[in-house]
Design a protein around this ligand. Structure first.
Ligand code: PEP
Ligand code: MN
Length: 346
């Protein structure tokens, strides 16, 4: 349940409502909005009695939240959430582009690619320092050294950086260096990692599990928000199906569905969805057209020498072309590209 306060509600009135919530054994979660404060009722096992709040001073509305993901749901927050990553933003009505190599391999490699993607128009640099690899015998990432290179890239180019955290052990390290923390597909339901991310002051990019339903994905985001971190970006990166013509199958319908269900921004990673370079530009075009808030794309200046995911990495000139096309499609759509905000009642 959501208690919506009047625009002029006083702190005492808000406190009095919170007290009714907690004295009934629930948790009160203040949710600041554009004009007014709302208070979420959490930890209820069954329905909450609306009569407890109707008529209390300063209360404007009492809204039942029907979805299992409360804080993530548009029922709780009708306005789109804007996530700030250093000097960039995702979900503010523009098209955010994140680009960089799969893995940080050396300072020279990272800086070369960062300069290319910045020149083409990327807003955020990506690169893994800790890599989740299928085989323990392949390149596992440079670890702390990779994080330090990312910090250097930020200093040299001014681009904020996003990088993956794989476990609790290295969380503090990653948090120190990254502007946004990525939780990968293999960790989408690593609940202790999600809880730790919920206590972080950094924004979090949560990738969809490769076999996760959207409800499971949104519930994973709820873990992060429940911990107090409301800066969450969702990233669709393809799900596993029976096909062999691509590494995964990009689920484009996730975008309009998530945008109706949730106020959180959603971006698309066509690189891990496709697994092959020739599909990345066409899928990126479709991601812009379907109304995603951003793209995350793997780029390498020497993909044939890349230590991971070379086959899906774009050459810098291909990435520049992708940016031109993405901007063209985005500007064609104009205001109409904004997501549908009315929640579904099905
Ligand atoms: C990545 O973005 O580096 C990555 C490993 O992606 P995913 O978790 O989607 O496989
Ligand atoms: Mn990769």
């Amino acid at each position: 349940m959501l208690i919506v306060m009047e625009a002029g509600a006083t702190p005492e009135q808000i406190e009095a409502v919170s007290l009714v919530i907690t004295s009934n054994g629930y948790e009160a979660r203040p949710i600041p909005g554009g004009e007014r404060m709302s208070i979420g009722v959490l930890r209820n096992k069954g329905p909450v009695e609306a009569a407890l709040f109707i008529g209390l001073a300063g209360v404007k509305d009492v809204i039942p939240v029907t979805r299992p993901y409360k804080l993530v749901s548009r029922e709780t927050r009708p306005e789109d959430t804007v996530v700030k990553i250093g000097n960039a933003a995702i979900g503010n009505g523009s098209m955010a582009i994140i680009a960089g190599p799969c893995a940080i391999e050396s300072e020279e490699q990272a800086l070369t690619i960062a300069r290319h993607v910045k020149a083409a128009g990327a807003h955020i640099f990506r690169g893994g320092a800790f890599k989740p690899r299928t085989s323990p015998y392949t390149f596992q990432g440079l670890g702390l050294e990779g994080l330090k290179i990312l910090a250097k890239v930020r200093r040299e180019t001014g681009l904020p950086v996003v990088t993956e955290v794989m476990d609790l052990e290295t969380f503090d390290q990653v948090e120190t260096y990254a502007d946004m923390i990525q939780i990968g597909t293999r960790n989408m339901q690593n609940f202790s990692l999600l809880r730790r991310a919920g206590r972080s002051a950094r924004p979090v990019m949560l990738k969809r599990g490769m076999a996760a339903t959207i409800d499971e994905w949104l519930m994973a985001a709820e873990y992060i928000m429940e911990g107090g971190n409301i800066q969450v970006v969702l990233c669709e990166r393809g799900v596993r199906t029976f096909v062999h013509h691509s590494r995964n199958t990009l689920d484009l319908s996730a975008v309009p569905y998530v945008q109706r269900e949730s106020h959180l921004p959603i971006i698309i990673d066509p690189s891990h969805a496709a697994g092959r370079r020739d599909q990345v530009i066409p899928l990126s075009r479709s991601a812009v057209a379907v109304g995603a808030h951003g793209l995350m794309v793997e780029v390498h200046h020497q993909p044939e020498k890349a230590l991971s995911d070379g086959a899906q990495s774009l050459y810098p000139d291909q990435f520049a072309k992708l940016c031109r096309q993405a901007r063209g499609i985005f500007s064609l759509m104009g205001e109409d590209a904004l997501p549908e905000k009315r929640p579904m009642h099905d």
